[in-house]
Ligand binder design. Structure first.
Ligand SMILES: Cc1cc2nc3c(=O)[nH]c(=O)nc-3n(C[C@H](O)[C@H](O)[C@H](O)COP(=O)(O)OP(=O)(O)OC[C@H]3O[C@@H](n4cnc5c(N)ncnc54)[C@H](O)[C@@H]3O)c2cc1C
Length: 381
């Protein structure tokens, strides 16, 4: 690792690596096969700061810098895609908007609970059955004021962590006329009457990261559960997603790194035609491409996080980093399976799981096509 990490960041990466190697990675296969969320490890993450990475210490978080937060998510991705996705959704989507825009009352009430490991997690519901990429035009879940309450009605789709969360920060339409000022974020406790969380979705991978449809049937929450200003929900969401894209890219990078390490180890053990397959140039070329892909993705991810930390514009760079890391991870996982031959297609080896888990990273938090439109808009401006 020659990216210019400071001493504190290097030590942090090392300590997170040691923790996930002991508590998360050994359970990754079981988590994938059973679909059981790894609560025992996640409970221990509270005191380590992994449940409130960038949340200020005053609210129970670790308050680490943006690069350190990314290093932690990369390590989690290396250890277990499912646990990493849940933690990414919790940190990047479930706590960030609350920490950045929430009232003191909301922050004091919820953040210490979800960052400590004593309570459940947080999550963010943007996507709906009929709207994912087009949030501004497509969102139909609405919230209406009634006295000192909001009443929510509608449906959300693909909500990571909904069943293991204390609350769902929900993007709703609060003004009927549409436009960028018609959406708001509202915190909805998961024990609210009228909130229904569906069964876990049956997914291709990430089986230990629960994903749910959620419906809101006259769900009443206090007026103070509005996050920040009314009508600022789209702005808050887009800012949250910029950070989330670097985070999901970091998970992809971790998955790719794990696949690369598995391929290196296997290529040195497996014999064919009287020699280790690592000595065949065709295998070496794949390993070289994998190393190159990972190095490029790592620089893109770390530098986007660095820009974020410097409070410089990073929307374009976050989009580029997420595209780079998610597509690199997919190529690396493909090559890792190829190097494993038939065994790569077997569940007895982890590379098929890495491949399935990595596939989500070019879809979630803005598809890579949408991200290319974000980049194109900026380069043409
Ligand atoms: C495992 C998992 C976890 C998720 N977790 C969450 C979560 O926690 N919270 C949440 O809110 N959502 C979550 N999502 C939803 C995810 O963010 C959306 O699936 C994603 O944003 C795409 O939206 P969509 O599925 O509605 O696809 P659509 O928007 O319907 O897109 C379908 C296709 O059309 C393309 N497309 C659409 N518009 C354009 C355009 N203008 N230009 C070019 N191409 C376009 C897209 O790139 C895509 O290929 C999750 C999804 C999955 C699978």
């Amino acid at each position: 690792m020659d990216f210019d990490l400071n001493e504190e960041q290097r030590l942090w990466k090392k300590s997170v690596h040691e923790f996930v190697a002991a508590e998360v990675q050994p359970h990754a296969r079981e988590v994938d096969e059973t679909g059981q969320f790894n609560w025992p490890a996640v409970r221990k993450m509270g005191p380590m700061g992994l449940l409130g990475l960038t949340v200020p210490e005053a609210y129970g978080g670790a308050g680490v810098d943006s690069v350190s937060a990314i290093l932690a998510l990369e390590e989690l991705g290396w250890a277990c895609g499912s646990t990493a996705l849940a933690l990414t959704a919790h940190n990047g989507l479930g706590t960030s908007p609350l920490a950045l825009y929430g009232s003191e009352e909301l922050k004091n009430k919820w953040l210490p609970l979800v960052t400590s490991g004593k309570g459940k997690l947080g999550c963010l519901a943007l996507t709906e059955p009929g709207a994912g990429s087009d949030l501004q035009g497509g969102i139909i879940t609405r919230a209406e004021k009634s006295g000192d309450e909001w009443i929510l009605n509608g449906a959300k789709m693909w909500v990571t962590n909904a069943s293991i969360a204390e609350y769902i920060i929900t993007l709703v339409r609060t003004a009927p006329e549409g436009g960028s000022r018609s959406l708001s974020l509202i915190l909805v406790p998961t024990d609210s009457a009228g909130l229904h969380i569906g069964a876990p979705e049956k997914k291709m991978g990430l089986h230990g990261s629960p994903t749910h449809a959620v419906t809101y049937e006259n769900v009443r929450v206090p007026i103070g559960n509005l996050i920040g200003e009314e009508g600022r929900g789209l702005h808050q969401t887009l800012a949250t997603l910029d950070g989330g894209r670097i985070a999901i890219g970091a998970v992809a990078l971790g998955l790719g790194q794990a696949a690369f390490e598995a391929a290196i180890a296997y290529s040195k053990e497996r014999q064919a035609f009287g020699q280790r397959i690592a000595d065949f140039q065709a295998v070496q070329l794949k390993l070289a491409d994998m190393a190159t892909d990972l190095r490029q993705a790592r620089y893109m991810i770390y530098s986007a996080a660095w820009l974020k930390e410097q409070k410089r514009p990073f929307t374009k760079e976050a989009a580029m980093a997420k595209i780079s890391a998610s597509e690199a991870a997919e190529r690396v996982c493909y090559n890792a399976i190829q190097i494993h031959g038939g065994y790569g297609y077997s569940r007895d080896f982890p590379v098929e799981r890495y491949y399935r888990d990595a596939r989500l990273m070019s879809i979630g938090e803005g598809t890579n096509d949408i991200l290319r439109t974000v980049i194109a808009r900026q380069v043409l401006a």
